[in-house]
Design a protein around this ligand. Structure first.
Ligand SMILES: Nc1ncnc2c1ncn2[C@@H]1O[C@H](COP(=O)(O)OP(=O)(O)O)[C@@H](O)[C@H]1O
Ligand SMILES: [Mg+2]
Length: 325
């Protein structure tokens, strides 16, 4: 668990980068820290692993104040990923990924097994990449290796500072989805910085929205979208909040709420499964790829057909029924 208690940060020169921030990231939770450039996101992360001192208040990491922790030991228990991946250009991919295990004195066999596992996890073939250097990889592959390196010694906590921010939107979307899959397997406590509300809503269990060093709202994505705490939040979220909220739902949620139209073998319809996000469903339906979709369960049984009307009906109900504060 990471707990921020009345945390403030004043840099030399007087800039108050963080102003009395309070929130908790529970174990296993994936929290997105978001806000405009300069609002203090990087500063907040860097105070957790003590790359910056805390001016006032405290940060409690797994029951211990970070101020009282040994910096070096503490950082080994925290995976840290930054935007410019931070790989060492003169080290092979294997050496880069294994830096912390190497420092911890893991034997050769244990390191190799771990390397192979991590590379499979991030979708790169271990033997193909082991001896390569960072410049021999694409930007997206380098970011993945950055993630593998942060996971190497299996730290319980991950701090990720716009890890996919420098990538083009298509690769970014792909890595976001892959990272969500990885998180299901590794189940870390994660504080992940973003400046992109779509990324936040799609990935976060909770979203922390900062402005000028102050916490504007810390809440579930659906609450941020549907019940913004103030005008700033509502402006930051933007206009199309119903559309944004669609990435929070999958076909399964809809199937539980509305009855599907029945499907006949004569109908032509593309299949979608229950885990498909509503956002993808809508884009398929709007892009004229299909005017109806057939919902299949895991065994491939056809459960009925889905149209834009049914999706709209579901969204209106969901958006309306989310209770007001
Ligand atoms: N080392 C530093 N010295 C002085 N001011 C800094 C330093 N690092 C960041 N700042 C200032 O602190 C504020 C927050 O910066 P930062 O945490 O990098 O924001 P973000 O990551 O949200 O873009 C900004 O006003 C920035 O100029
Ligand atoms: Mg930053």
């Amino acid at each position: 668990m990471i707990e921020f208690k009345n945390v403030s940060k004043v840099y030399n020169g007087g800039v108050k980068a963080i102003d009395n921030v309070n929130f908790k990231v529970e174990n296993g939770e994936f929290v997105i820290l978001i806000g405009p450039s300069g609002c203090g996101k990087t500063t907040l992360l860097r105070m957790v692993n003590q790359l910056e001192d805390i001016s006032e208040g405290d940060i409690i990491l797994n029951n211990t104040s970070v101020k009282q922790s040994n910096k070096i030991e503490m950082r080994r228990k925290i995976g840290y990923v930054i935007q410019s991946n931070g790989l060492f250009p003169n080290m092979t991919i294997e050496k880069n990924v294994m830096i912390v295990p190497d420092l911890l004195g893991w034997d050769r066999k244990k390191q190799q097994d771990r390397f192979n596992y991590l590379m499979e996890l991030i979708g790169l073939h271990p033997d193909e990449y082991r001896k390569r250097y960072p410049h021999e990889l694409s930007g997206g592959q380098q970011q993945r290796v950055g993630v593998a390196r942060a996971l190497a010694a299996d730290p319980p906590v991950m701090l990720m500072d716009e890890p996919f921010g420098a990538l083009d939107p298509i690769i970014r979307t792909k890595l976001q989805e892959e990272f969500l899959q990885i998180q299901k397997e590794v189940n870390k406590t994660i504080l992940f910085v973003s400046h992109d509300i779509d990324e936040a809503v799609k990935m976060g269990d909770k979203v922390a929205l900062l402005r000028g060093g102050k916490m504007m709202q810390y809440d579930y994505p659906s609450e941020i979208l549907h019940h913004p705490a103030n005008d700033f939040v509502s402006e930051f979220v933007g206009q199309d909040r119903v559309l944004k909220s669609t990435s929070l739902y999958s076909v399964k949620d809809l199937v539980d709420e509305v009855s599907l139209d029945s499907y006949h073998e004569a109908d032509s319809a593309q299949p979608v499964n229950e885990d498909t996000s509503l956002r993808i469903v809508i884009s398929k339906l709007l892009n004229q790829e299909a005017d109806q979709l057939v919902v299949e369960d895991k065994q491939g049984n056809k459960k009925g057909k889905l149209t834009l009307e049914l999706v709209e009906k579901f969204l209106h109900k969901e958006v309306k029924e989310t209770p007001n504060r």
